[in-house]
Design a protein. Structure first.
Length: 370
Protein backbone atom coordinates (compact mmCIF):
# COMPACT_ATOMS: atom_id res chain seq x y z
CA UNK A 1 0.00 0.00 0.00
CA UNK A 2 1.37 3.36 -1.07
CA UNK A 3 0.49 6.70 0.50
CA UNK A 4 0.37 9.91 -1.44
CA UNK A 5 2.66 12.82 -0.64
CA UNK A 6 -0.25 15.13 0.23
CA UNK A 7 -1.28 13.37 3.46
CA UNK A 8 0.19 10.38 5.34
CA UNK A 9 -3.38 8.92 5.66
CA UNK A 10 -4.34 9.11 1.95
CA UNK A 11 -4.22 5.95 -0.17
CA UNK A 12 -3.38 5.40 -3.77
CA UNK A 13 -6.18 4.54 -6.16
CA UNK A 14 -5.54 0.78 -6.21
CA UNK A 15 -5.29 0.45 -2.46
CA UNK A 16 -8.35 2.63 -2.07
CA UNK A 17 -10.31 0.24 -4.32
CA UNK A 18 -9.09 -2.78 -2.31
CA UNK A 19 -9.98 -1.17 0.98
CA UNK A 20 -13.34 -0.01 -0.40
CA UNK A 21 -14.15 -3.57 -1.48
CA UNK A 22 -13.29 -4.90 1.96
CA UNK A 23 -15.32 -2.21 3.71
CA UNK A 24 -18.29 -2.74 1.37
CA UNK A 25 -18.27 -6.44 2.13
CA UNK A 26 -18.09 -5.62 5.87
CA UNK A 27 -21.11 -3.29 5.51
CA UNK A 28 -23.08 -6.01 3.76
CA UNK A 29 -22.24 -8.52 6.48
CA UNK A 30 -23.29 -6.08 9.20
CA UNK A 31 -26.58 -5.47 7.36
CA UNK A 32 -27.14 -9.22 7.13
CA UNK A 33 -26.29 -9.52 10.86
CA UNK A 34 -28.86 -6.81 11.63
CA UNK A 35 -31.58 -8.70 9.71
CA UNK A 36 -30.68 -11.92 11.54
CA UNK A 37 -30.75 -10.55 15.12
CA UNK A 38 -34.27 -10.26 16.47
CA UNK A 39 -35.14 -8.88 19.89
CA UNK A 40 -38.00 -10.81 21.57
CA UNK A 41 -40.52 -8.85 23.61
CA UNK A 42 -40.24 -11.15 26.65
CA UNK A 43 -37.44 -13.38 27.86
CA UNK A 44 -38.10 -16.55 29.86
CA UNK A 45 -34.84 -16.24 31.83
CA UNK A 46 -31.19 -15.34 31.59
CA UNK A 47 -28.75 -17.39 29.51
CA UNK A 48 -26.38 -19.86 31.17
CA UNK A 49 -22.95 -18.71 32.25
CA UNK A 50 -21.18 -20.95 29.73
CA UNK A 51 -23.08 -19.35 26.82
CA UNK A 52 -22.22 -15.90 28.12
CA UNK A 53 -18.53 -16.81 28.32
CA UNK A 54 -18.60 -18.20 24.78
CA UNK A 55 -20.25 -15.08 23.36
CA UNK A 56 -17.77 -12.89 25.28
CA UNK A 57 -14.89 -14.84 23.74
CA UNK A 58 -16.38 -14.42 20.25
CA UNK A 59 -16.81 -10.68 20.79
CA UNK A 60 -13.21 -10.37 22.02
CA UNK A 61 -12.03 -12.30 18.94
CA UNK A 62 -14.07 -10.01 16.69
CA UNK A 63 -12.51 -6.95 18.35
CA UNK A 64 -9.05 -8.46 17.91
CA UNK A 65 -9.68 -9.04 14.20
CA UNK A 66 -10.89 -5.46 13.81
CA UNK A 67 -7.78 -4.17 15.54
CA UNK A 68 -5.61 -6.33 13.33
CA UNK A 69 -7.39 -4.93 10.29
CA UNK A 70 -6.65 -1.38 11.44
CA UNK A 71 -2.98 -2.26 11.84
CA UNK A 72 -2.87 -3.69 8.31
CA UNK A 73 -4.42 -0.52 6.95
CA UNK A 74 -1.97 1.71 8.83
CA UNK A 75 1.12 -0.44 8.18
CA UNK A 76 0.58 -0.86 4.40
CA UNK A 77 0.28 -4.71 4.27
CA UNK A 78 -0.60 -6.78 1.14
CA UNK A 79 -4.15 -7.26 -0.05
CA UNK A 80 -3.80 -11.08 0.28
CA UNK A 81 -3.38 -10.75 4.07
CA UNK A 82 -6.35 -8.39 4.13
CA UNK A 83 -8.41 -10.99 2.28
CA UNK A 84 -7.46 -13.62 4.88
CA UNK A 85 -8.34 -11.23 7.67
CA UNK A 86 -11.68 -10.53 5.92
CA UNK A 87 -12.40 -14.26 5.81
CA UNK A 88 -11.58 -14.59 9.50
CA UNK A 89 -13.88 -11.69 10.38
CA UNK A 90 -16.65 -13.31 8.35
CA UNK A 91 -16.16 -16.64 10.13
CA UNK A 92 -16.13 -14.92 13.51
CA UNK A 93 -19.38 -13.08 12.68
CA UNK A 94 -21.04 -16.33 11.59
CA UNK A 95 -19.93 -18.05 14.80
CA UNK A 96 -21.30 -15.13 16.83
CA UNK A 97 -24.65 -15.34 15.00
CA UNK A 98 -24.77 -19.09 15.56
CA UNK A 99 -24.03 -18.64 19.26
CA UNK A 100 -26.71 -15.93 19.50
CA UNK A 101 -29.26 -18.21 17.80
CA UNK A 102 -28.42 -21.18 20.01
CA UNK A 103 -28.17 -19.18 23.22
CA UNK A 104 -30.50 -16.14 23.23
CA UNK A 105 -29.40 -13.31 25.48
CA UNK A 106 -31.37 -10.99 27.67
CA UNK A 107 -33.28 -8.20 25.94
CA UNK A 108 -30.87 -5.49 27.19
CA UNK A 109 -27.81 -7.31 25.81
CA UNK A 110 -29.48 -7.85 22.41
CA UNK A 111 -30.44 -4.18 22.29
CA UNK A 112 -26.86 -3.22 23.13
CA UNK A 113 -25.53 -5.59 20.47
CA UNK A 114 -27.95 -4.16 17.87
CA UNK A 115 -26.89 -0.60 18.76
CA UNK A 116 -23.20 -1.50 18.46
CA UNK A 117 -23.86 -3.18 15.12
CA UNK A 118 -25.74 -0.14 13.81
CA UNK A 119 -22.97 2.20 15.02
CA UNK A 120 -20.28 -0.01 13.42
CA UNK A 121 -22.26 -0.26 10.17
CA UNK A 122 -22.63 3.52 10.09
CA UNK A 123 -18.95 4.03 10.87
CA UNK A 124 -17.81 1.57 8.19
CA UNK A 125 -20.22 3.14 5.68
CA UNK A 126 -18.79 6.60 6.38
CA UNK A 127 -15.25 5.21 6.12
CA UNK A 128 -16.18 3.50 2.80
CA UNK A 129 -17.57 6.78 1.51
CA UNK A 130 -14.42 8.63 2.65
CA UNK A 131 -12.11 6.04 1.06
CA UNK A 132 -14.14 6.10 -2.17
CA UNK A 133 -14.32 9.89 -2.48
CA UNK A 134 -11.11 11.17 -0.78
CA UNK A 135 -8.88 8.08 -0.58
CA UNK A 136 -8.26 8.41 3.17
CA UNK A 137 -9.61 6.97 6.44
CA UNK A 138 -9.15 9.79 8.89
CA UNK A 139 -12.77 9.55 10.02
CA UNK A 140 -12.24 5.91 11.02
CA UNK A 141 -9.16 6.81 13.06
CA UNK A 142 -10.96 9.74 14.75
CA UNK A 143 -13.98 7.56 15.52
CA UNK A 144 -11.68 4.86 16.92
CA UNK A 145 -9.87 7.38 19.12
CA UNK A 146 -13.17 8.86 20.31
CA UNK A 147 -14.56 5.41 21.12
CA UNK A 148 -11.41 4.55 23.06
CA UNK A 149 -11.70 7.78 25.02
CA UNK A 150 -15.39 7.09 25.71
CA UNK A 151 -14.54 3.54 26.75
CA UNK A 152 -11.75 4.80 29.09
CA UNK A 153 -14.07 7.40 30.61
CA UNK A 154 -16.79 4.77 31.03
CA UNK A 155 -14.26 2.42 32.64
CA UNK A 156 -13.11 5.19 34.99
CA UNK A 157 -16.74 5.97 35.86
CA UNK A 158 -17.38 2.29 36.56
CA UNK A 159 -14.27 2.08 38.73
CA UNK A 160 -15.26 5.23 40.65
CA UNK A 161 -18.77 3.82 41.07
CA UNK A 162 -17.34 0.54 42.37
CA UNK A 163 -15.07 2.44 44.79
CA UNK A 164 -18.02 4.53 45.89
CA UNK A 165 -20.09 1.39 46.45
CA UNK A 166 -17.28 -0.16 48.44
CA UNK A 167 -16.96 3.01 50.50
CA UNK A 168 -20.72 3.08 51.05
CA UNK A 169 -20.68 -0.55 52.15
CA UNK A 170 -17.74 0.13 54.48
CA UNK A 171 -19.48 3.21 55.88
CA UNK A 172 -22.68 1.22 56.33
CA UNK A 173 -20.74 -1.45 58.19
CA UNK A 174 -19.04 1.21 60.29
CA UNK A 175 -22.43 2.85 60.95
CA UNK A 176 -23.90 -0.49 61.98
CA UNK A 177 -20.94 -1.19 64.25
CA UNK A 178 -21.15 2.32 65.66
CA UNK A 179 -24.89 1.91 66.21
CA UNK A 180 -24.33 -1.39 68.01
CA UNK A 181 -21.55 0.08 70.13
CA UNK A 182 -23.70 3.13 70.94
CA UNK A 183 -26.61 0.89 71.90
CA UNK A 184 -24.32 -1.12 74.17
CA UNK A 185 -22.92 2.12 75.58
CA UNK A 186 -26.42 3.55 76.16
CA UNK A 187 -27.49 0.34 77.86
CA UNK A 188 -24.43 0.40 80.08
CA UNK A 189 -25.02 4.08 80.85
CA UNK A 190 -28.67 3.38 81.72
CA UNK A 191 -27.51 0.65 84.06
CA UNK A 192 -24.96 3.05 85.51
CA UNK A 193 -27.68 5.72 85.96
CA UNK A 194 -29.92 3.24 87.78
CA UNK A 195 -26.99 2.20 89.94
CA UNK A 196 -26.14 5.85 90.64
CA UNK A 197 -29.76 6.57 91.54
CA UNK A 198 -29.68 3.74 94.08
CA UNK A 199 -26.42 5.07 95.44
CA UNK A 200 -27.96 8.58 95.57
CA UNK A 201 -30.88 7.33 97.64
CA UNK A 202 -28.53 5.49 99.97
CA UNK A 203 -26.29 8.55 100.18
CA UNK A 204 -29.24 10.82 100.98
CA UNK A 205 -30.43 8.52 103.77
CA UNK A 206 -26.91 8.17 105.10
CA UNK A 207 -26.36 11.94 104.84
CA UNK A 208 -29.59 12.63 106.74
CA UNK A 209 -28.54 10.30 109.55
CA UNK A 210 -25.04 11.75 109.63
CA UNK A 211 -26.47 15.31 109.69
CA UNK A 212 -28.66 14.53 112.71
CA UNK A 213 -25.76 12.83 114.45
CA UNK A 214 -23.45 15.75 113.68
CA UNK A 215 -26.03 18.27 114.99
CA UNK A 216 -26.32 16.40 118.29
CA UNK A 217 -22.57 16.04 118.48
CA UNK A 218 -22.12 19.74 117.79
CA UNK A 219 -24.55 20.62 120.56
CA UNK A 220 -22.69 18.38 123.02
CA UNK A 221 -19.35 19.79 121.89
CA UNK A 222 -20.72 23.33 122.27
CA UNK A 223 -21.75 22.65 125.89
CA UNK A 224 -18.39 21.06 126.60
CA UNK A 225 -16.56 23.95 124.96
CA UNK A 226 -18.52 26.44 127.05
CA UNK A 227 -17.56 24.59 130.22
CA UNK A 228 -13.97 24.37 129.08
CA UNK A 229 -13.95 28.07 128.22
CA UNK A 230 -15.34 28.94 131.67
CA UNK A 231 -12.69 26.82 133.36
CA UNK A 232 -10.00 28.20 131.13
CA UNK A 233 -11.18 31.77 131.79
CA UNK A 234 -10.99 31.16 135.58
CA UNK A 235 -7.51 29.68 135.24
CA UNK A 236 -6.39 32.56 133.04
CA UNK A 237 -7.81 35.10 135.51
CA UNK A 238 -5.87 33.46 138.35
CA UNK A 239 -2.76 33.33 136.19
CA UNK A 240 -3.26 36.99 135.30
CA UNK A 241 -3.39 37.97 138.99
CA UNK A 242 -0.25 35.93 139.66
CA UNK A 243 1.43 37.56 136.70
CA UNK A 244 0.41 41.00 137.96
CA UNK A 245 2.01 40.26 141.35
CA UNK A 246 5.07 38.89 139.63
CA UNK A 247 5.19 41.96 137.38
CA UNK A 248 5.06 44.26 140.41
CA UNK A 249 7.93 42.37 141.96
CA UNK A 250 9.82 42.49 138.67
CA UNK A 251 9.29 46.27 138.43
CA UNK A 252 10.57 46.73 141.95
CA UNK A 253 13.58 44.56 141.28
CA UNK A 254 14.08 46.34 137.99
CA UNK A 255 14.15 49.75 139.69
CA UNK A 256 16.61 48.53 142.30
CA UNK A 257 18.72 46.96 139.59
CA UNK A 258 18.59 50.15 137.56
CA UNK A 259 19.76 52.21 140.52
CA UNK A 260 22.56 49.76 141.22
CA UNK A 261 23.57 49.72 137.55
CA UNK A 262 23.54 53.50 137.41
CA UNK A 263 25.71 53.72 140.50
CA UNK A 264 28.17 51.21 139.15
CA UNK A 265 28.01 52.95 135.80
CA UNK A 266 29.26 56.16 137.42
CA UNK A 267 32.01 54.24 139.16
CA UNK A 268 32.96 52.52 135.95
CA UNK A 269 32.92 55.87 134.16
CA UNK A 270 35.41 57.23 136.66
CA UNK A 271 37.56 54.14 136.26
CA UNK A 272 37.39 54.51 132.51
CA UNK A 273 38.57 58.12 132.74
CA UNK A 274 41.36 57.06 135.10
CA UNK A 275 42.45 54.27 132.82
CA UNK A 276 42.24 56.54 129.78
CA UNK A 277 44.53 59.08 131.47
CA UNK A 278 46.87 56.30 132.50
CA UNK A 279 46.74 54.92 128.97
CA UNK A 280 47.66 58.27 127.46
CA UNK A 281 50.53 58.78 129.93
CA UNK A 282 51.86 55.29 129.29
CA UNK A 283 51.52 55.77 125.55
CA UNK A 284 53.52 59.01 125.73
CA UNK A 285 56.08 57.31 127.93
CA UNK A 286 56.38 54.35 125.66
CA UNK A 287 56.61 56.66 122.64
CA UNK A 288 59.52 58.47 124.28
CA UNK A 289 61.16 55.17 125.15
CA UNK A 290 60.63 54.04 121.60
CA UNK A 291 62.29 57.21 120.29
CA UNK A 292 65.21 56.63 122.66
CA UNK A 293 65.42 53.02 121.56
CA UNK A 294 65.40 54.08 117.93
CA UNK A 295 68.29 56.51 118.65
CA UNK A 296 70.24 53.89 120.58
CA UNK A 297 69.51 51.46 117.79
CA UNK A 298 71.07 53.86 115.28
CA UNK A 299 74.13 54.27 117.50
CA UNK A 300 74.37 50.53 117.96
CA UNK A 301 74.10 50.04 114.19
CA UNK A 302 76.95 52.51 113.67
CA UNK A 303 79.03 50.72 116.23
CA UNK A 304 78.12 47.42 114.64
CA UNK A 305 79.25 48.69 111.27
CA UNK A 306 82.55 49.90 112.76
CA UNK A 307 83.07 46.61 114.54
CA UNK A 308 82.21 44.79 111.33
CA UNK A 309 84.87 46.76 109.47
CA UNK A 310 87.37 46.08 112.23
CA UNK A 311 86.45 42.40 112.20
CA UNK A 312 87.00 42.27 108.48
CA UNK A 313 90.39 43.96 108.88
CA UNK A 314 91.36 41.60 111.71
CA UNK A 315 90.15 38.69 109.68
CA UNK A 316 92.29 39.76 106.75
CA UNK A 317 95.29 40.12 109.06
CA UNK A 318 94.64 36.71 110.57
CA UNK A 319 94.25 35.19 107.12
CA UNK A 320 97.50 36.76 105.99
CA UNK A 321 99.22 35.54 109.16
CA UNK A 322 97.89 32.07 108.65
CA UNK A 323 99.00 32.12 105.04
CA UNK A 324 102.50 33.26 106.05
CA UNK A 325 102.67 30.61 108.76
CA UNK A 326 101.51 27.97 106.32
CA UNK A 327 104.03 29.18 103.80
CA UNK A 328 106.83 29.13 106.40
CA UNK A 329 105.77 25.68 107.53
CA UNK A 330 105.83 24.40 103.99
CA UNK A 331 109.26 25.99 103.43
CA UNK A 332 110.60 24.38 106.63
CA UNK A 333 109.17 21.02 105.61
CA UNK A 334 110.70 21.43 102.18
CA UNK A 335 114.10 22.36 103.62
CA UNK A 336 113.96 19.44 106.02
CA UNK A 337 112.96 17.15 103.14
CA UNK A 338 115.84 18.51 101.05
CA UNK A 339 118.27 17.95 103.95
CA UNK A 340 117.10 14.38 104.40
CA UNK A 341 117.37 13.72 100.70
CA UNK A 342 120.84 15.28 100.54
CA UNK A 343 121.92 13.21 103.56
CA UNK A 344 120.64 10.04 101.92
CA UNK A 345 122.34 10.93 98.66
CA UNK A 346 125.64 11.65 100.45
CA UNK A 347 125.40 8.39 102.40
CA UNK A 348 124.71 6.46 99.20
CA UNK A 349 127.59 8.17 97.39
CA UNK A 350 129.92 7.56 100.27
CA UNK A 351 128.97 3.90 100.24
CA UNK A 352 129.60 3.72 96.50
CA UNK A 353 133.03 5.32 96.93
CA UNK A 354 133.86 2.95 99.79
CA UNK A 355 132.78 -0.14 97.86
CA UNK A 356 134.57 0.87 94.75
CA UNK A 357 137.56 2.46 96.41
CA UNK A 358 137.22 5.81 94.88
CA UNK A 359 138.72 9.05 96.10
CA UNK A 360 140.15 9.06 99.51
CA UNK A 361 138.99 5.55 100.00
CA UNK A 362 141.27 4.22 97.32
CA UNK A 363 143.70 1.41 98.40
CA UNK A 364 147.34 2.50 98.62
CA UNK A 365 149.91 0.38 96.61
CA UNK A 366 153.09 -1.00 98.53
CA UNK A 367 156.59 0.06 97.45
CA UNK A 368 158.45 -2.69 95.61
CA UNK A 369 162.33 -3.24 95.67
CA UNK A 370 163.29 -1.90 98.96
Amino acid sequence: MLLTSDSPLELCALDAEHVAAVLEDCVDQLAVLGSIITIPETMAGSAPNNSMDEIAKLLNGQKHLEGRYEELVLNDRHSSEMAGLKQNMKSSAQALMKSVKQNPLAAENLIKLQQDREYLQLLVSECLEEVTQEGSFEGLIRATVEEREKKNKLQETILREEDARKNVRALQRQLLDLKKSKEVEIQSRNEMIAHLKDQLQETRAKTSMERKYIEKECQVQKVMKNKQCTMTETELQTELENLQVHMDEENKVNKETEMWVKKHHDQLQEKVEYWMDKYEREVDQKSEELSNLKGSKANILLKLQELTLKYQEYEEVVMEDRAQKEKAKKAAEKAELEIRCATKIQAWWKGVMVRRGLGQYAKKKGKKGK
